[in-house]
Ligand binder design. Structure first.
Ligand SMILES: *Cc1c(COP(=O)(O)O)cnc(C)c1O
Length: 400
């Protein structure tokens, strides 16, 4: 969440004064309005807001698609643990796929890791970088594999003009503290598939099938959990959604300046992009030829660089419980022990994705802030230039 102000304060006050916090009371309708505003903005039929973050949106999407024991779900090696954890929450097995130099799912490795048991692929638009959706879609549709886009870090981004989250069968957004827009915690599921929406809806509301919104209900009854969004969340998110375009405009303008100024500099290379026009501008990634150069660049004063391999909780190496096959709170529910999953691909190890480790150890990420002043931007760009320039001088010196 980059921006918040009086509009959100007024929106929350409005809800408190109305004393209507429950989304299904006939008055209010903050959550319902937020859902229809989001679905209109992204041209998708259905949106479901959830209180349990992007994680609950991923779980609800998997429930919507009927994923469970006996199913493999492809997830990238570089994402928040929420992505594979959601797969385990529904009893299925996450199969971990390499990332390429875009820092998103490597389509070749994804194809290699597909089996007859693969039910869903979850490409993650990590750091606001759009995935290679055209190839992912082609390959998945050939094998009747469904796609859930994890757009938790990429709301408002596009791929070939289409909004991220609306390209696959379902998409997910997160509104937690660290995301582009937010309300503290919360998430949303977006889809144009009525069955996915209805199943997710009933699931997120404990199994309540009598809500007016669902009339008439086509899907069978299921029980669920309680991820209902409150009217306070809805009210804040409606204001946050109005801020989205302005935030993205500023992020993209700032990133554009970095790219313009740095793309000609010897020794600087950006990560590969599958759609630079649709990039959210939240982050810039530099990929170096070796780890030493990446380390020196990240540590240089003023660069404020982050090296995923050493400081990021999003690399599969940090997914302790998953690598150790502890897939649930109770051993009898552990998807890794279920007989239906016995023959699935679940052999994990620290060195299972060498390409990811190689790329991420040479990668430095800069997170951008749309509220940076021009002066801040210029200073940081000049630090980046000095970081490679000074290093180049040292290397020349050592060689001569
Ligand atoms: C933030 C995030 C999620 C969901 O996190 P929540 O805290 O549940 O909102 C899922 N996937 C990715 C890639 C994320 O960055």
């Amino acid at each position: 969440m980059y921006r918040i102000g009086q509009e959100e304060i007024d929106a929350v006050a409005r809800v408190i004064k109305s004393k209507q916090f429950f989304r299904f009371n006939s008055e209010g309708k903050e959550v319902q309005n937020f859902e229809s505003e989001l679905s209109q903005k992204f041209e998708s039929d259905y949106v479901l807001a959830l209180s349990g973050g992007g994680t609950s949106a991923l779980i609800a999407a998997l429930v919507g698609l009927g994923v469970g024991p006996g199913d493999e779900v492809l997830v990238p090696s570089y994402t928040f643990i929420a992505t594979p954890a959601a797969v385990l929450a529904v009893g299925a097995i996450p199969v971990i796929v390499e990332v390429d130099e875009s820092l998103t799912m490597d389509v070749e490795d994804m194809t290699r890791k597909m089996s007859n048991m693969t039910k869903v692929a979850i490409p993650v638009h990590m750091c606001g970088f759009p995935c290679d959706m055209e190839h992912i879609k082609t390959i998945c549709s050939e094998r009747d594999i469904k796609i859930i886009e994890d757009a938790c870090q990429a709301i408002g981004g596009t791929y070939q003009g289409q909004s991220l989250g609306t390209i696959g069968d379902a998409g997910t957004f997160s509104f937690n503290h660290f995301k582009t827009i937010g309300c503290g915690e919360g998430g949303a599921l977006i889809t144009s598939n009525k069955t996915i929406y209805e199943r997710a809806f009933v699931y997120h509301d404990i199994g309540s099938v009598y809500r007016e919104v669902l009339n008439p209900l086509d899907s069978p009854n299921i029980v669920g959990v309680q991820y209902r969004a409150s009217e306070i969340m809805g009210a804040i998110l409606r204001e946050q959604l109005k801020r989205l375009d302005g935030i993205l405009d500023d992020l993209r303008r700032i990133k554009g300046k970095f790219v313009d100024e740095l793309s000609q500099v010897d020794g600087i290379r950006f990560n590969k992009s599958y759609d630079i026009d649709g990039d959210c501008g939240t982050s810039i990634a530099f990929i170096f030829d070796d780890e030493t150069s990446a380390k020196a660049f990240a540590a240089f004063e003023g660069v404020q660089g982050m090296r995923p391999i050493e400081s990021d909780k999003h690399v599969y190496l940090t997914w302790g419980p998953i690598l150790e096959h502890i897939g649930s709170h109770h051993p009898s529910l552990n998807p890794f022990h279920l007989t239906q999953n016995r023959h699935l691909n679940m052999s994990y190890s620290k060195d299972m994705c060498p390409q990811t480790i190689d790329i991420l150890s040479r990668t430095v990420i800069l997170h951008l802030d749309p509220n940076m002043t021009e002066e801040d931007v210029d200073q940081r760009i000049s630090s980046c230039k000095s970081a490679v320039y000074i290093r180049g001088e040292i290397e020349e010196h050592v060689q001569s």
